[in-house]
Write a protein that binds this ligand. Structure first.
Ligand SMILES: Cc1cc2nc3c(=O)[nH]c(=O)nc-3n(C[C@H](O)[C@H](O)[C@H](O)COP(=O)(O)O)c2cc1C
Length: 357
């Protein structure tokens, strides 16, 4: 049992938060030309800056890392300038903000790639299903190109550059996106990684890229300002693992050695109060845990009180409720989210959700 509740302060490494209420990373596909954050994005984050911590929407570290229309990047000077305006308003409101470092790997298409090349991945296996192109038309995924061993240092360098740019843009730290079937998760899982070199095969090899990227990013920020997101049981983007407990037990033990600010786990809500794999990660971790997936005021408070999490990330509730901490403190009411406005568009379903009077 813990004496703390959702509204008490906490330190995640060197990130001093005024509450344990975290805004989850939320892709909204509303950047301007060049994938540059704009004034509307500034307003969206400003409205939500009463959170203890804001995790930015996933942000591609290199042009090749993009897989959706108008998602922001952190690889150009204009993008850094755009993000700087966001971190300024978030800081002015007393909140902290980390950037989620993203490379989608195979969850992309020629239409998003520089020079219309194939997307890259651990192995040449297409995800099942379809994606949206730049005109929001559904198209089939393609089989990606397997990265050459000699290209791996370049991939790591992309994350390092993104982490350096996040510093220039005024963030308080970064979150390595190791979740949801994107590049690092693709390397980690045996359904998407069929490599026969040092980055495939055993769990030690499959985890290598995630660990090397995280270590390299720690080299930029220091461990106390770096978190990582994992989603052991999320099948999104056609990802699977024959032994999630073994895979994530190993990864968590190795990541724990880096003494990061936090691990952010997307849990399996089907097995409340927590699934076995998440418990394995938490047991190996020994440092702050940010938990996410379907939390409400009641389940969030219970998780903190019972010591199952140190902070809670809210996704859809933060989309629909710009003043979510105030509403949680008041016990509601909560606005409903509009799924149709999640991705793309303008202020409708983005910055027009009402705050409490
Ligand atoms: C519109 C939308 C965009 C999302 N974008 C991201 C993202 O950029 N990065 C990420 O790690 N997860 C992303 N997620 C997952 C959320 O961070 C979160 O894990 C999920 O919504 C479950 O939490 P909730 O039940 O509190 O909404 C997204 C989810 C939604 C609904």
């Amino acid at each position: 049992m813990s004496q703390h509740d959702l509204f008490s302060p906490i330190a995640l490494g060197d990130l001093q938060l005024r509450s344990r209420i975290v805004m989850a990373p939320l892709t909204r596909c509303r950047a301007s030309a060049g994938n540059v954050p704009n004034a509307l994005n500034v307003e969206y984050y400003r409205q939500r800056a009463s959170a203890g911590l804001i995790i930015s929407e996933a942000t591609q570290v290199v042009p090749e890392g993009q897989g959706y229309p108008t998602t922001p990047g952190i690889h150009s000077g204009a993008q850094v300038e755009g993000w700087k305006k966001i971190t300024d308003v978030v800081h002015a409101a007393g909140s902290k903000m980390v950037l989620q470092l993203w490379h989608v790997g195979r969850v992309s298409h020629l239409v998003f790639q520089p020079d219309g090349k194939l997307p890259v991945a651990p192995s040449a296996i297409a995800p099942k299903g379809q994606l949206y192109d730049n005109a929001w038309k559904k198209i089939d995924y393609v089989a990606p190109r397997a990265l050459e061993l000699s290209e791996i240092p370049g991939v790591i360098a992309g994350y390092v550059k993104g982490a350096e740019n996040a510093k220039l843009a005024g963030f308080d730290g970064v979150e390595v996106h190791g979740a949801n079937g994107y590049l690092l998760d693709q390397f980690l899982r045996d359904s998407t990684n069929k490599r026969a070199d040092a980055y495939g095969g055993s769990v030690q090899n499959r985890a290598r890229l995630m660990l090397e990227v995280t270590e390299a990013v720690v080299g930029v920020w220091g461990a106390s300002r770096v978190g990582i997101r994992l989603s052991p049981l999320n099948p999104n983007n056609d990802i699977a693992d024959s032994d999630p407990k073994g895979t994530f037990g190993y990864v968590a033990r190795e990541l724990a050695k880096l003494k990061l600010a936090y691990v952010h786990v997307l849990e399996d809500v089907k097995t409340p109060p927590g699934d076995e794999v998440t418990s394995t990660i938490k047991a190996a971790w020994g440092a702050p845990v940010v938990a996410n997936f379907g939390y409400t005021l009641e389940t969030a408070q219970a998780a903190i009180r019972e010591g199952r999490a140190d902070a809670i990330a809210f996704g859809k509730l933060f989309i629909a409720n710009p003043d979510l901490p105030k509403r949680l403190a008041a016990g509601g009411p909560f606005n409903e989210w509009d799924m149709k406005a999640f991705y793309g568009g303008t202020e409708k379903g983005y910055t027009d959700y009402p705050a409490l009077g």
